[in-house]
Design a protein around this ligand. Sequence first.
Ligand SMILES: [Zn+2]
Ligand SMILES: [Zn+2]
Length: 907
Amino acid sequence: MNKKEIIKEFSSDPDRYYKVKLFEEQGFVRKACSKCSRFFWTLDSGRDFCPEDADDTYSFIGEPPTTKRFDYTEAWKQVEEFFVKNGHTSVSRYPVVCRWRDDLYFTIASIVDFQRVMGSKVVFEFPANPLVVPQTCLRFKDLENVGVTGRHFSSFCMIGQHSIPNEKGYWKDECIDLDFRLLTEQFGIKKEEVVFVEDVWEGGGSFGSSLEYFVKGLELGNAVFTEFQGELGKHTTLDQKIIDMGAGLERFAWITMGTPTAYDCCFGPITNHLMQKIGIDSDSELLKKYFTAISKNLEIYDDLNGVRRRAVESAGLTDDQVNRIITPLEGMYLIADHLRTLIFAIADGALPSNVGGGYNLRMMLRRINGTIDRMNFKLDIDELVDMHIDYLKDTYPELDEKRQDIKTILKIESQRYENSKSRMEKIAKRFGAREVRESGIPSVSALITLYESDGITPEYLKEIKVISEIPSSFYEKLSDLHQSDKKKTKEQLPLENLPETEMLFYKDDPMEFDAKVLKVFDQSVVLDRTSFYARGGGQEPDYGTISGFKVTDVNKHGDIIVHKLEVEIPKKREIPKEGEIVSCKIDTTRRSNITKNHTSTHILNASSRKILGSWVWQHSAFKEDDHARLDITHHSSLTKEEEKQIEDAANEMVKQDLTVNIDYYDRGTAEQTYGFRIYQGGVVPVKSVRIVSIEDKDVEACGGTHVKKTGVIELIKIKRTKRIQDGVVRIEFVSGPTAQEYVKQQETELATQSVEQAAKEEKEKFRDKNKAEAREKIPVLLEQVASLSDSTTIDEIEMTVNNSMKICFTASNQYDEFFHINFGKKLVRNLPNSVYVGIFESGPTVRIIAYAGEEASKSKNAGKIARSVAEILGGAGGGDAKFAQGGGKDTSKKDEAIAKAKSMILG
Ligand SMILES: [Zn+2]
Ligand SMILES: [Zn+2]
């Protein structure tokens, strides 16, 4: 729809769309801007230009239009006091991580708090009417403006004033009356300064008129009256009209303080602290001039560098002043802003990572770290976090509870930044060596894996010259990959005109029941009622039998449950017919195991959060009968110690035999009672929420089957954990009987291992003993060899007497290197006409040691023998005619080596 057409239509009938009672009562006149022709309402009949084109834009800097001075937190107190006094309920802010919407990572406006998606429709659920909320909103679109323009933030507090016009709420007249009185009475701004500009709003199929209100050129708020739906001209009035007034709290503070920038009055004591720390002399006259020029120029020029250059000129700043004052100030403001956003996001359970919304958080912290490095600031992030939280905790007490967790995450992530550069380079180079070497171009899937596992983008690979080109399909494939879950199309099944299946597993949950067959197709049947749990929420389906046929799969299609049957081959009988009453039986063992695993998932989620930190959320889960897994959000891999602590904490919950309760709540009540922690398994698209609570330890919205008491689970064992992507850790576990079996199996394995180990040790001990004995035998053996004159074998040493030459050979295992050296050396010294050769195993090699006495060496060369034998063994030998040794690794040739040695010494 075209906004211009709508505004043309609405502005052609201002009495109907824009004229409110206040305008009439106070005598506002409607004028068209002499420059841009936009229509506006003012009490100053001499005003010819709309607020943005008027001369007085940003003249409040240094000269606020009120005598009241409210900084950021005080400004909220004033706003809240005013609206509460006027019949509004003040609602606490909603999380900045938008867990109740599938299509948003972060909360971007106060109205988002109350939007719930039902199928393709957005419905509004207000906890009170009318209400006001200080909603922190995150927007990452204009990051380059933050710190530079004086008014752009990565997160800001949207004052949300919302009303449904019914017996409790109000419509346009009262809304604008309230907003005008807020500015004039509560904030003390002169009536003549307030200007309303006609505008429209459209989105999500609905639209309506809106009035933006300005003071001194600064837009403070926008009151949107969402009223119509459909195409302009054919539009109809909404059943549920809504007032969506959003105003920037930062600007409310700024207009009363008149500081050079909005940053100066919105970060509490941090701005002054940073100025002192960094040593900026803040000549406020100069800053006032400079930032007024920035603000005015921003309305005129698009290019930020141009805006900055012109402001430097018109404020008459020297290069030195820019370098000494402006540039450090910009860095300082950026740090304060980005840090505040990170505090809110981490407190609400988001983690910096390279996926989804976490990407923005990582980038912001890297901008903080980069700025600190570049400017050489000496800053203590922990101290800044404390200052932010101390300042904000009056309005947002929940931040105080997360103080330590926030510091932990920021520390880990900053450390990662420090380490990342050399690490990224190493990984990228290794990737290059592995993937790029052959073809020159890595596959797109390899690039995606690299990006998802290590956060290394193809741009970085290109920068360090690992690749020369980025495959054009990379980003397309990447975004497809991340959307595929949401895009999963439903199969077309012939289910028209079938009533919704009565889900007995949410009622009495009988394990045997009769039901009527409503539909049969392929091998599938639809019943009027069923206890077979259909696959959903990560829980695998029940098996069992329907009319004697095995049930192999159960799925939910809308409200209809489809059972898949196994058809016998060869076919013995027909599957049940439509209209037949069939008897059904659930496989109770399977169900019981899956149920235990499901409750265990909740228990492990709670114990992980307890042990690791508040940032732990369920990322996804899978529950089969013999195994299960829980993926949690966490910044690092788990240590063995952490695994053990989580397992212990989980088993403590099992031991305590806690009661598991299942209750149904109206969604709004559930959210207000338990908070958004309930959405561990994702968004719940129904009005009535099934809340599964394990006493006060864990509360989740969940549609699965659960045990009644945790004691039934008996035992939970973590099998292994693994970091599966940046910021996500997978815990694979077993519970109940499977866990008991697993423990037994582990014990058996351990026992087998230790038996093998013992046998090995025994063998070594025996060998050592043998060898020690052999060494002691040396003198006895030497004597025997000397005294005997016929060929014989003494203690596995073969002695051959050949023409008075005594040749001794052994390959016995009882002799080691020490024996061969000492026996051989002494033998040839005592008997010059003798030869000794020993072959033995030593570690992975077979070795030979050869001695030939003075006399014998003339015909039997020890060196030659050792070299020939070593060659057979695939190695080498060395030495001289009298003493040599060698060896090789080919132990399979040991026999051949022995034969060769013998033939050489005997031949
Ligand atoms: Zn204008
Ligand atoms: Zn669950």
